[in-house]
Write a protein that binds this ligand. Structure first.
Ligand code: GDP
Ligand code: MN
Length: 376
């Protein structure tokens, strides 16, 4: 789960990392009052969990409280790279002398963390990394040893950062470990004209596996920007909206991922990822079908189930009950294989639903679903 910038800022502040004074609001009127409290001149920043806000017009300087209100009104309710802006953060502006980049990311392949740092931070960091990779230092961090003072100084030297950033690097490591984050990033970390270091923008990605003990960010971040994803999340489904026309339902994340590939291989585009899991009960199946079918982009649906512990006849029962509950208006292709597949197929044959066709292999099923989507 990604945190919003203002939440990352709050964590940084708690761990003693210097940040600008700032407040969050969803109201332009309130933005004026906040700007007044912060000294008049403020930076108005769209709170969206995506990068590149500055370039997309989501970070703007306002000279006085009236301008802050106007700017907040302009940004609120718009869309930054597909993310609706529901709140803005108003921050005291910094007089920037230099911008740096620092982050820790989990390096799964190496079984450790990686500190990535550069003396050339800011909105062009991707460009810097692509064209001058030698300007971006990558220093492995042992997860048990962590960022000691020696390690922090190693990162500082490798990236050519000001020596005083070592203290911030150690505190940032505390944010990562104590908050169970997979990524913490400060871009830019700035040195101001007055000589102060400030974390001007932050990104924190929390490890969802640790949510049982990291409850503070709670429900507010369950919000999904896509309405179908929100509906699916409310039903406890593992659903991700994609932009194609073949709805995909399967049991097991690996099978669903492969199904997306096979659909793409047939020249069609998957409309979604939906993993109904091992149980695949009638309820889950009808919840899943109703979400997928309510997507106006969907032209056909491919149900791809491999019976392992779950028997295919139980899944077929689920599909039959789902068909009665959901009443589909688009063609469905069902492929059942594995445990009790023959019985499962017989259940669907008996039901003889006019919109349901069966296929025995994943390739055949995907081809048929792609063809039906093309015709629909
Ligand atoms: P991002 O585009 O989503 O990464 O948003 P940032 O908060 O990182 O802002 C983008 C850029 O705007 C920064 O790299 C700075 O160059 C500039 N910026 C942000 N805040 C300030 C500020 O307080 N003062 C000044 N002078 N520039 C700022
Ligand atoms: Mn940034």
């Amino acid at each position: 789960m990604d945190l919003y910038e203002h939440q990352a800022r709050q964590l940084f502040e708690e761990f003693g990392i210097p940040v600008p004074r700032a407040e969050v609001t969803d109201s332009p009127r309130e933005a004026r009052g906040i700007a007044r409290r912060l000294g008049g001149r403020v930076v108005v920043k769209a709170q969206v969990r995506t990068g590149g806000r500055g370039k997309a017009g989501g970070v703007r300087l306002a000279e006085d409280p009236a301008a802050a209100e106007r700017t907040a009104r302009q940004i609120l309710g718009t869309d930054i790279n597909g993310h609706p802006v529901r709140t803005v953060m108003l921050a005291q502006p910094a007089d920037i002398e230099s911008e740096f980049y620092v982050s820790y990311v989990l390096d799964r392949a190496a079984g450790q963390f990686l500190a990535i740092a550069s003396a050339e931070g800011g909105t062009e960091i991707e460009e810097v990394a692509a064209t001058r990779p030698e300007s971006v230092a990558r220093v492995p961090v042992d997860p048990v040893e962590g960022v000691t003072s020696a390690k922090a100084n190693e990162i500082v030297r490798a990236a050519g950062l000001p020596p005083r950033t070592a203290d911030i690097l150690m505190r940032l490591w505390q944010v990562l470990t104590r908050e169970d984050a997979l990524l913490v990033e400060v871009n830019p970390l700035v040195r101001t004209v007055q000589g102060h270091l400030l974390a001007l923008d932050g990104k924190v990605t929390l490890d969802d596996n640790a949510r049982f003990r990291q409850t503070r960010w709670g429900e507010q971040d369950e919000r999904h920007d896509d309405p179908l994803e929100a509906a699916a999340a409310a039903k406890g489904l593992n659903y991700v909206k994609l932009d194609g026309e073949v709805g995909v339902i399967g049991n097991g994340a690996g099978l669903v991922m492969s199904t997306l590939d096979v659909v793409a291989g047939c020249g069609a585009r998957p409309a979604n990822f939906l993993d109904i899991g091992g149980g695949a009960s009638a309820r889950v199946m009808s919840d899943g079908l109703s979400v997928v079918l309510s997507d106006p982009d969907v032209k056909s649906v491919l149900v791809n189930v491999f019976g392992g512990i779950t028997a295919c006849d139980a899944v077929a029962d689920g599909i039959v009950r789902a068909l009665d509950a959901v009443r589909p208006t688009k063609p469905l292709v069902v492929r059942l294989d594995g445990n009790n597949a023959v019985r499962g197929r017989a259940v669907l044959d008996d039901r003889a639903h006019p919109l349901v066709r069966q296929a025995t292999t994943m390739d055949d099923a995907a081809r048929l679903a792609a063809r039906l989507a093309d015709a629909g």
